[in-house]
Design a protein around this ligand. Structure first.
Ligand code: NAX
Length: 328
């Protein structure tokens, strides 16, 4: 029998946490044969609700769930962690400037990065979901000098999945026929969903679509502003789809991308495609044997170059702002 994998979830009492924990416990994160132990990190005000969620997890009698621990201490939460899903973050509230938002989140992700550095297992894999996800991941990564930088990743898989769904709807293709889509840059309104290398049932997606105006005026803004559209319709931000994307991200990282396909992950740049080294930016990646590699050699056309550069410039600005706040 396998030793359980320790999975830490922060913001466990939040709405994404509620959609996420049951799928982790039922085996969707790591695999149907992998037992898990859950560690839930919350702030003191969230502990009681997290306990309620833990009671419900117990009531599911999940065969793979080998324990649940709830704490407000990051050192306890990340002790021996193999996978960490950093979901809890400080949302932007009325009157808050961007600098205030980055500072408030620095106050969360810097100590969590240090706690991961000091306590996590050697094979720790970190996914940051809490926004601004790329820059929060950068702050946590910088606070964890003993952990290889590439273990810190930010979630753009929801954007990736949204883009696949929009492309399928436009072309009438099955979702499962769409491969090699890429999200570049920041998980923000500047992100660039790229279909020029994507395939639909083996044919080039941009050629199948053959409609540059739809691409520029509908597809890209629809994907980039989908979060706001969900809030408008639902009265609350994306939760189940975000949890689903977090599951997909880690499952792919651990178990690999399918042959002939790739995925999108926010990862520390190695300088590929002109993205400054160290920025946590979304790239096309192939996952294999528990690691990942950036897909190399893609031809980036003018249309794509402008958009990738704009999103990467925003990431560099965010990095400079948090550096100015002493968070890096
Ligand atoms: P909620 O406000 O429902 O839940 C957040 C939870 O985090 C709360 O229970 C809160 O008590 C807890 N928390 C706050 N600070 C904490 C800390 N220091 N340690 C541990 N827990 C802490 O938000 P929810 O809807 O679950 O969203 C969570 C985050 O995901 C937000 O930052 C949101 O912006 C972000 N999202 C990111 C997405 C992505 O694609 N990367 C998409 C969905 C989502 O918007």
């Amino acid at each position: 029998t396998r030793t359980p994998v320790n999975v830490t979830v922060t913001g466990a009492a939040g709405q994404i946490g509620y959609a996420l924990l049951f799928r982790i416990a039922s085996g969707h994160l790591l695999g149907a044969d992998v037992p898990v132990k859950l560690r839930l990190l919350e702030i003191p005000q969230g502990l009681k609700a997290a306990e309620g969620t833990a009671m419900e997890l117990d009531d599911c009698a999940f065969p793979l769930l080998r324990g649940i621990e709830i704490t407000d201490d990051p050192n306890v939460a990340f002790d021996g962690a193999n996978v960490a899903l950093l979901v809890g973050a400080r949302p932007r509230t009325k009157g808050m400037e961007r600098g205030d938002l980055l500072e408030a989140n620095g106050g969360i992700f810097k100590p969590q990065g240090k706690a991961i550095n000091d306590n996590a297992a050697d094979d720790i894999k970190v996914l940051v979901v809490g926004n601004p996800a790329n820059t929060n991941a950068l702050i946590a990564q910088a606070a964890a000098p003993d952990v290889p930088a590439e273990r810190f990743t930010a979630m753009t898989r929801l954007d990736h999945n949204r883009a696949i769904s929009q492309l399928a709807a436009k072309t009438g293709a099955a979702v499962s026929d769409i491969k090699r889509l890429t999200i570049w840059g920041n998980h923000s309104a500047t992100q660039y969903p790229d279909i020029f290398h994507a395939e639909i049932a083996g044919k080039n997606a941009a050629e199948v679509v053959n409609d540059q105006q739809w691409l520029a005026d509908e597809f890209i803004p629809t994907v980039a502003k989908r979060g706001a559209a969900i809030i408008e319709a639902r009265g609350a931000s994306s939760a189940a789809s975000a949890a689903n994307a977090a599951i997909d991200h880690v499952h792919t990282w651990v178990n690999g991308t399918a042959e002939g396909d790739w995925t999108s992950m926010g990862i520390p740049s190695d300088g590929s495609y002109g993205v400054p080294e160290g920025l946590i930016s979304s790239f096309p990646v192939i996952c294999k044997d528990g690691g990942y590699e950036i897909v190399q050699g893609l031809d980036v056309n003018e249309f794509s170059r402008t958009r990738i550069d704009a999103s990467v410039a925003e990431l560099a600005e965010e990095r400079d702002a948090v550096r100015g706040l002493g968070l890096l």
